[in-house]
Design a protein around this ligand. Sequence first.
Ligand SMILES: *Cc1c(COP(=O)(O)O)cnc(C)c1O
Length: 462
Amino acid sequence: MDDREGFRPVLGEAASFAGDWLDGVREGAIPPRADIDAVADALGRDLPARGPSPEAVIAHLAAAVEPGLMRMHSPRFHGWVIGGAQPVSLGADWLVSAWDQNAGLRSLSPGVVAAEEIAASWLLRLLGLPDGAEVGFVTGATAANLVGLVCARDATLRRSGWNTAVDGLAGGPRVRLLVGAERHGSIDGAARLAGLGGGREVAADDQGRIRLDALRAALADGDGPAIVCLQAGNVHSGSFDPFAEAVEISHAAGAWVHIDGAFGLWAAAAPRLRALTAGMGGADSWATDAHKTLNVPYDCGVAVVARPEAMHASMAQHAAYLQSSAGIADPSDRVPELSRRARGVPVYAALAQLGRDGVADLVQGLADAATVIADGLRGLAGAEVLNDVVYTQVCAAFGDDERTRRVGDALRAGGIALASPSQWRGRAVLRLSVSNWLTDRREAERTVEAVRAAVEKVDRLR
Ligand SMILES: *Cc1c(COP(=O)(O)O)cnc(C)c1O
């Protein structure tokens, strides 16, 4: 079998199934129709001695799995913070799989390294981060938070005369970790993996922003190496910490500042939202996602560290056989992995197509749609919007907790729009996040209509 016979038919088949799935994105019901057991039954649980042709496996896979898929690409899918995928980034992602390059070393694949390095420099420019910062492409913001915290840990300990690379953590000075009361859970997970423990919680204001008086007091209460975690984009309110002051206070106390901006860092790319990020560029490390706001396919997160040496000291691996490039950083010097897919290539493609203005319009469009949703919800019987809608997040309640939960269930059952149930400031809420490039004003209005129908259904059944 030559390569042509081997790959073309199966890729054609996969493209055809993918096209069918994507064609249904805008109008198809959002929730899955089948549960995990049903899908597993359809897939078949027994490993065959030998299977059928590649095309037959792809056809079977598509037919069995599709009923269990959530239409996360729907413009009215507002659960969690989950972006869609733009055509150009999906196309680039397919090329990455077909090329199948190991993106770990400069000497291995000049092609993908060049694309990733250009993407990295464009990202720094768009997000208002320092020019000379280092950028690593990781699986998501959780991994990017881990990279930031590990670099922070090692750098702050080095300043205290302790070298984790040689001596580990045990027996060294304790690193104080200060986190906002409304940090994302991934900060806790990353801190645990980094050996930093649970951290000290710093009080937040009514929008979930870190309070400067509380931060000042927490920093004054102790000494030695310290890390302060700030947030751009609170998952409930969309709020941003007051970076300029918080960074200044933290640096004055000798602390490293890390910013989790999984979806919020992107506000810097939109002129009318940029003020939310004022002072953000003064931090020491940042985490963001390309698979959320930029709408490239999973998995694509971005870890940024202001001082390249700090990133290399914590991330690089050295071995004679690797033929690392002398004196110049390899991609693997910026991330925990050695071998990985060239996940920065779809970022290059998305940015190349959108351009600076296109990215600004994308981000502004998400925020505008959130405003349309919030305004619409305020007009529904018994509904309240609990947050100041400054960015892409809307947090709504529909009377008491029970009624709010029922509205969420009815909305999901209706299949037209979806929001995630949560708890914020002691109340049950429905959280609507706008992070899909397809969500324009018209789709935002359709979301409001779907919520209106859900509210009416709940009240009829009472
Ligand atoms: C989504 C999110 C994360 C985690 O990102 P993953 O890409 O899911 O790993 C971290 N912080 C915030 C604020 C987020 O919204």
